[in-house]
Design a protein around this ligand. Structure first.
Ligand SMILES: [Zn+2]
Length: 334
């Protein structure tokens, strides 16, 4: 996504003659510290108060939303006020501008995202995309997931995007294979870098019937990718995007498939849709489906470029990018 250039205030502070940031900025102090720590997160009232003060200062001095920076963004050795907190502030400035801002305030927030020959509504969409994309850049997918639930970001995006994808909320789901499951193969974090769960059907492969050979979509969602996999597992794979009832988005991945059904990227499918077939592959492996659940932002930082975990991944890396798939299935399959 083509974003705005580097913030001019930052260029001034880092590349200009050495000046104390306090001489170039108006500081707003909020009591407390490390707001991204769930135990120290400010109350809604405190956030609303801070938002009002930021808004009033912006209005008085005609400061753009892009020029509202967190202390840590000027002084990287300082963790305050937090990455998720700043993303929430930027998001709320966008919502406030949309709901009650006059034309000048709207310009201060969305103006830098206006493009020649494109509608002002596009600038609004690009601003909100920038808010999440920036958080994705500086924080971990597991944090972005928590932020999406807190901010209700995707519900607001649905209102802003002209033709939103009608992504259903996750409700009752189904197991990725039909019938009984056999011996457990690799599990989540076992081996260390294994991000999914290998689910085997019961019985000899040549005795499996049509239903038992199928791989099925666990919960309703939109197809984001289908194709060949060349990572830890070979075979074909399919990736889907889903939305939790709280607004956070996640992905489900189905790998080690022998064949894929005719799936269309961008289309929404119901839970239980047959995605393809399991079977032994050319590398001599037996029939199983590799099922994984990733945080939505893992798409942006890893899976869009490469549907596999990096070779260097360890348990810590996996936990920051993938949810435990067994726990997810226990919650949705009743
Ligand atoms: Zn696997």
């Amino acid at each position: 996504m083509a974003g705005p250039p580097v913030n001019p205030v930052l260029v001034d502070l880092f590349e200009g003659p050495k000046v104390d940031p306090n001489f170039r900025t108006i500081s707003i102090e909020i009591t407390g510290s490390d707001f991204d720590d769930p135990g120290q997160a400010p109350s809604d009232q405190k956030i609303a108060n801070a938002l009002s003060v930021v808004w009033a200062v912006m209005e008085r001095y005609q400061i753009r939303a892009l020029d509202v920076l967190g202390h840590s963004e000027i002084q990287p050795d300082n963790a305050d006020p937090g990455k998720k907190f700043m993303a929430l502030m930027r998001y709320l400035l966008g919502v406030k501008a949309l709901v009650e801002g006059d034309a000048r305030m709207k310009y201060l927030v969305f103006g830098p995202f206006l493009e020649e020959g494109s509608l002002p509504e596009r600038a609004v969409q690009r601003y909100f995309e920038f808010v999440r994309a920036y958080l994705v850049l500086v924080d971990l997918p597991v944090s972005v997931y928590a932020w999406e639930a807190r901010s209700k970001f995707w519900f607001v995006m649905d209102q802003i995007v002209q033709a939103p994808l009608a992504l259903p909320l996750i409700s009752q789901g189904c197991f990725p294979i039909f019938g009984e499951t056999g011996h457990p193969g690799s599990c989540y974090l076992d081996p260390d870098n294994h991000e999914g769960l290998d689910i085997y059907p019961v019985g000899a492969e040549n005795k499996l019937d049509w239903q038992q050979r199928g791989a099925y979509l666990a919960v309703s969602g939109a197809c984001v990718a289908v194709g060949e996999n060349h990572g830890f597992h070979h075979g074909k794979m399919a990736v889907f995007r889903h939305r939790q009832p709280d607004g956070a988005e996640l992905l489900t991945l189905y790998g080690h498939l022998q064949a894929l059904a005719a799936l269309e990227v961008g289309k929404v499918y119901a839970a239980g849709t047959r995605l393809g077939e399991v079977g032994s592959l050319a590398d001599g492996s037996h029939a199983f489906v590799h099922f994984a659940t990733a945080y939505g932002a893992t798409w942006d930082v890893q899976l869009r470029q490469n549907p596999n975990v990096p070779l260097s991944a360890d348990a810590r890396w996996v936990q920051r990018h993938f949810l435990p798939p067994g726990e997810f299935l226990r919650q949705v399959v009743v």
